[in-house]
Design a protein around this ligand. Sequence first.
Ligand code: HGY
Ligand code: MN
Ligand code: MN
Length: 415
Amino acid sequence: MTELRVNGERLWATIMETAKMGATARGGICRLTLTDADRQVRDWFVRECQAAGSNVTVDEMGSIFARRPGRDNSRPPITIGSHLDTQPTGGKFDGVYGVLSGLEILRTLDDADYTTNAPLEVVSWTNEEGSRFTPPMLASGVFAGAFERDFAYALEDCDGRKFGEELRHIGYRGRVKCGDHKLGAYFELHIEQGPVLEAENQAIGVVTGVQSQSWYEITVTGRESHAGSTPMPLRQDAMVVCARIVEATHEVALNHAPLAVSTVGLVEVRPNSRNVIPGSVFFTVDLRHPEDAVLRRMEEEFRAAVDWAAGDMGLKVTVVNNWSSPSVKFDEACLGAVRTAAGDLGYRHRDIVSGAGHDAVCISWVAPAAMIFIPCEHGISHSEEEKTEPEHITAGANVLLVAVMAHDNTLRDRA
Ligand code: HGY
Ligand code: MN
Ligand code: MN
């Protein structure tokens, strides 16, 4: 095992520095993809990677690649990555921890004047969150061939702004073709965003895979009318049908407890006035389960609930399954490197399946990939309360460093 270790204080300070970019009054971060705050952190990241001696390129989806040459640059790079964009009330660690740990490893190797066998690459993928532009994991999806670039460019946010134009506007519509190069392996370090590691007092999660998920967009069409003078039997109240579907969607997850989850996170009521019966309600549903077959059953139950709710009130309901992502299992050799690194470093660790989606899902379709988790306080994430400790940050980055260097040697010896 290498004797090299990251500089945990420098890594923590770097994370806190980026936390100022898009900082919210309540201690979180709002750095929605392709906004000025996103541009600010991107510009900062490019400068820091160049200062660490790497060559930076930007592809046509705006993903940023910082490459550090190895001894044999004919080999595909070992890539470390995650994302810099956040949820509207995001935290300081989701995504950015994985990208900055990659930067810390570039710095650590630079300090030690150590050269890997294969080139080392750090990547920040555009639009992992899927909050402003849906679907999520968009740039890593284009890189893996799941989406066409022009499909992504045509996506619009809630104000009708197009992805491709916004990318050009912030100056990150690169010329390099997305997916233009093979990866020798991909490692992503992330906070767990769930309660398991903390509850079991584990320092490291060896992420063996990611659960499957399906997203839906539902529009209920009723009739706007006066809240005071319209008798109940004459109403076509879109909000009542929405409420029934929300309750039924919650029940679908409870029916498949304890692993199923369902969420209605976005609701747009029209005209959204307190004394007008809602004529239309648009809302989203997010269904997830570790097993694809169970998720299929959940989806059937969800659609039956929609039919019941609509029929009962005689209102029109449209349902669009706008995105689905199957469960994935990560690469055994990469996982072995992570497990061995955690064990050799003396960290308590356990295998875990990720409840959250990550860019590693898409990248696992085109390269051997694995993820590493560290605990976060009470498992809270996608929240301004997101929190973890410096010792967890350092432990995760050291496991990443040791695993990547060991895997680099394994790939060299295999050649
Ligand atoms: O929604 C997800 O699972 C990811 O955090 N974007
Ligand atoms: Mn994330
Ligand atoms: Mn996230």
